[in-house]
Design a protein around this ligand. Structure first.
Ligand code: IN0
Length: 413
C-alpha cells in the first residue's frame, strides 16, 4: 500500500521500477549451474538486491571475483556483528579469516537469517574462491587479513576521537576500496587508483551508513553498537543514547549535522576516483552507491527522523539512479542536485552552519568546474519537479471534468 502511494506521488518512478524488477528477474534466471557458484550468486541476490544487479553487469572474471569478495566481507562482518559470540572466540576467527577462505572444510555457525545460511554453507564460497585467478585471490586474501586484524582491534576499543572513527572506517570500508581497486587493476581494464582515493570511496559510503543506522545500532540486542565518535557527540550530549530522547531533539539534530558535515569531506576524492574510471560497467558499479550515499545524506541532514526510525531513499528513486547513471555528467549532476537539496536545510543557528555551507559549496564548485552542468538539466530531480507540476495540471483537468459533468447533470434535471 505504501509503495502504491509512493508511485502515485511519483508516477515517473514506475518505468524505472518496472525495468529494475524485470532486470532483477532476468539476473535471477542467469544463476550459474555449478552448485557452488549457484549458491554464491543466489546468496548475493539475497543479501543485496539492487547492488547484486550492478555486480552482475561486470565482465565474467571480474564479476566472479567481486561476488566472492563481497560474500567473504559479508561473512567477516557477520562474525564481527554477532554480539552473542564471546570476544575470546571472536578475535581469533577474525584474525585467521584470510586463511579460512582457502579451507573448504572450515565452518563457523553464527548470524541470523540469510547470514546464517551464508556461514553454515561457507564451503561453497571457499570452493568458488579457489577457482579465481591468482591475482584476484591474492587481493582478496590481503584485504581480508588487514580487515580482520582491524576489526579485532576495535572489538575492545571504543570509537573515541575522529581519528579513531576514520581508522575504524578504513578497516571496514576503506580497505574494501583498496581491494576493489586491486581487482579492477587485476582485470586489466583500469589503472591502479591511489590508495587515498580508494579509501575515501569506502569512507564516504560507510560514514553515510553509520549516520543513517544510528537507531538500529543503538537498539541492537543484546549489546548496543556505537560508531559515532565521542569527540563529536560529547559536544551535544553526555551519552550517545541520549540523542534518541525527545527532550534532546535540538542537540540531536545539531550532532547529526556535525556528522554529515564530516562525511561530506570525502566527496571531492570520490569524484576524482570516479572520473578516472574507463570501463562503463566498473563505472556504474562504483558510481551508483556513491549517488545513493549523497542522496541519503541530503535526506538525513537536519532530519530528526534519523533518531525515530528508518530514513532511506525511496525505492523508486533508487531505481531511477540505477537506470540513469552512465557517465561522469550524470554523477556531477546528481551530486550538484543533492547538495542543492541539502543547502537550504542549513540553519544559520546551527553551530556548524558555516562549515557545512563551505563543504556544500566546495562540492558544487567541483561539479561546476567539470564544465558539464550547463549542458544538461538534472537527470533525477528536475524530472521530479516537472512531474509534480504535471500531476497538479492533471489534477485540475480531472477536477474540471468532474465539475462540468456535475453541472451538466444538474442542468438536465
Ligand atoms: C561495497 C560498496 C562499494 C561499491 C563500489 C565501489 C566501492 C568502492 C569503495 C568501497 C566500497 C565500494 O558498495 C556497497 C553497496 C551496497 O551494498 N548497498 C546495499 C544497500 C545498503 O544500504 O546497504 C544494497 O543492498 O544494494 C556497500 O555498501 N559496501 C560494499 C561491500 C563490499 C563491496 Cl565489494 C563493495 C559496504 C561498505 C561497508 C560501505 C564497504
Amino acid at each position: 500500500m505504501g509503495s502504491l502511494a509512493a508511485v502515485l506521488r511519483h508516477p515517473d518512478d514506475l518505468y524505472p521500477l518496472l525495468k529494475l524488477k524485470m532486470a532483477s528477474r532476468q539476473a535471477e534466471k542467469q544463476i550459474p549451474p555449478e552448485p557452488h557458484w549457484a549458491f554464491c550468486y543466489s546468496m548475493l541476490h539475497k543479501v543485496s538486491r539492487s547492488f547484486a544487479l550492478v555486480i552482475q553487469q561486470l565482465g565474467t572474471d571480474l564479476r566472479n571475483a567481486v561476488c566472492i569478495f563481497y560474500l567473504v566481507l559479508r561473512a567477516l562482518d557477520t562474525v564481527e556483528d554477532d554480539t552473542s559470540i564471546p570476544t575470546d572466540v571472536k578475535v581469533p576467527i577474525l584474525i585467521a579469516f584470510h586463511r579460512h577462505v582457502y579451507d573448504r572444510e572450515w565452518r563457523f555457525s553464527c548470524g541470523t537469517k540469510e547470514y546464517k545460511v551464508l556461514m553454515d554453507q561457507f564451503h561453497h564460497v571457499s570452493t568458488a574462491f579457489l577457482e579465481l585467478g591468482k591475482g584476484y585471490q591474492d587481493a582478496i586474501e590481503d584485504i581480508t587479513k588487514r580487515m580482520g586484524a582491524g576489526m579485532a582491534k576495535f572489538i575492545c576499543k571504543e570509537v573515541e576521537s575522529i581519528d579513531d572513527y576514520d581508522e575504524y572506517c578504513y578497516y571496514v570500508a576503506g580497505l574494501v576500496g583498496l581491494g576493489l581497486s586491486k581487482l579492477f587493476y587485476a582485470s586489466g581494464t583500469e589503472d591502479l587508483a591511489p590508495d587515498s582515493l580508494s579509501n575515501s570511496m569506502g569512507l564516504f559510503l560507510q560514514k553515510t551508513n553509520i549516520i543513517r543506522d544510528y537507531l538500529e545500532d543503538i537498539n541492537e540486542i543484546p549489546k548496543c553498537r556505537m560508531f559515532w565518535p565521542r569527540e563529536i557527540w560529547s559536544k551535544y550530549v553526555n551519552k550517545l543514547e541520549d540523542l534518541k530522547y525527545e527532550e534532546n531533539s535540538d542537540k540531536a539534530v545539531q550532532c547529526l549535522n556535525d556528522m554529515v558535515t564530516n562525511a561530506l569531506m570525502h566527496v571531492e576524492d570520490c569524484l576524482n576516483y570516479m572520473s578516472a574510471l574507463r570501463d562503463h560497467a566498473i563505472f556504474r558499479f562504483c558510481a551508483i552507491p556513491q549517488i545513493m550515499a549523497i542522496g541519503t545524506l541530503a535526506l538525513c541532514y537536519n532530519n530528526i527522523e534519523v533518531f525515530r526510525g528508518v530514513v532511506k531513499m525511496r525505492r523508486g528513486l533508487t531505481a531511477k539512479v540505477i537506470d540513469r547513471t552512465n557517465n561522469m555528467t550524470d554523477v556531477y549532476l546528481a551530486f550538484y542536485d543533492f547538495s542543492n537539496i541539502l543547502k537550504p536545510k542549513i540553519n544559520k543557528n546551527d553551530p556548524n552552519a558555516t562549515k557545512t555551507l563551505s563543504r556544500v559549496e566546495a562540492i558544487q564548485k567541483a561539479c561546476m568546474d567539470s564544465g558539464v552542468l550547463n549542458k544538461r538539466k538534472s537527470y533525477i530531480i528536475q524530472s521530479e519537479l516537472r512531474h509534480s507540476s504535471t500531476m497538479i495540471v492533471i489534477f485540475f483537468i480531472i477536477l474540471a471534468i468532474i465539475f462540468s459533468y456535475l453541472s451538466s447533470t444538474r442542468a438536465s434535471k
